[in-house]
Design a protein around this ligand. Sequence first.
Ligand SMILES: C[S@@+](CC[C@H](N)C(=O)[O-])C[C@H]1O[C@@H](n2cnc3c(N)ncnc32)[C@H](O)[C@@H]1O
Length: 240
Amino acid sequence: MLFEKLYIRMSILKRPRFLYKIFKYYRKFFGEKDPGDLPFNFNSEPSRIEIIQSIIDKKKYSSYLEIGTYQDEVFSKIKCSHKIGVDPFSGGNRRMTSDDFFIQNKEKFDCIFIDGLHHYDQVKKDLKNSISCLNEKGIILIHDCLPKNLSAQAVPRTERDWNGDVWKSLVEQRTKHNTDCYTIYADHGIGVVLKRENKNLLDLNNENFEKLKFQLFYSEHKKIMNILNINDFMKVLDKY
Ligand SMILES: C[S@@+](CC[C@H](N)C(=O)[O-])C[C@H]1O[C@@H](n2cnc3c(N)ncnc32)[C@H](O)[C@@H]1O
């Protein structure tokens, strides 16, 4: 528990440059070969705040849960009648980890934004718990699903601008029948999980999604992430 908190604080709030360098060199010599940068450019796309708010307004949602609030850049701006923000260190209105929050939570939510620890296994847990407390016709959004390169997705973290391996949890969810998943091409990639039968089942036989290689993401991201631009995603939402 103490170690978990220390790790989160170190990897998110304090930036231990010497540790970053050690991990980076280790990865360079013993890790996966770097395929280079993907040509992602989100500058002319809407921000996560605009996207979350337009979804809340369009579907007339009345409850919002944010996992990982940091400096409340999003949490303070979202307009929704009931808002809960969970973070062990800063922002929001519940000072605890997402695991602790879900253990004691009895509420259900219309819109859940997952943006806590960007590790596959944590996002997988956050996603499972979020699905359990999502209202019918609700939506789960997951930040940082489109890393530009190997360093941006590497765990442990070595970069200031970091997405982690969040993408692997979205890929895994796409292989399940009970939810329908997309990725919006905006703001580092916003994964979407809808609570309905999967209309785009991903046929990927894999027993350990954590071990997926960045090379697969690099060459197959459009297919495995089911990427849509915001206008096309809003059309999907029209029928939800
Ligand atoms: C990328 S920041 C969130 C940014 C914010 N959602 C935004 O859009 O501006 C990640 C946050 O997640 C928090 N965090 C890390 N591990 C967590 C966990 N297990 N449960 C909840 N929050 C966590 C960190 O303390 C940090 O503030």
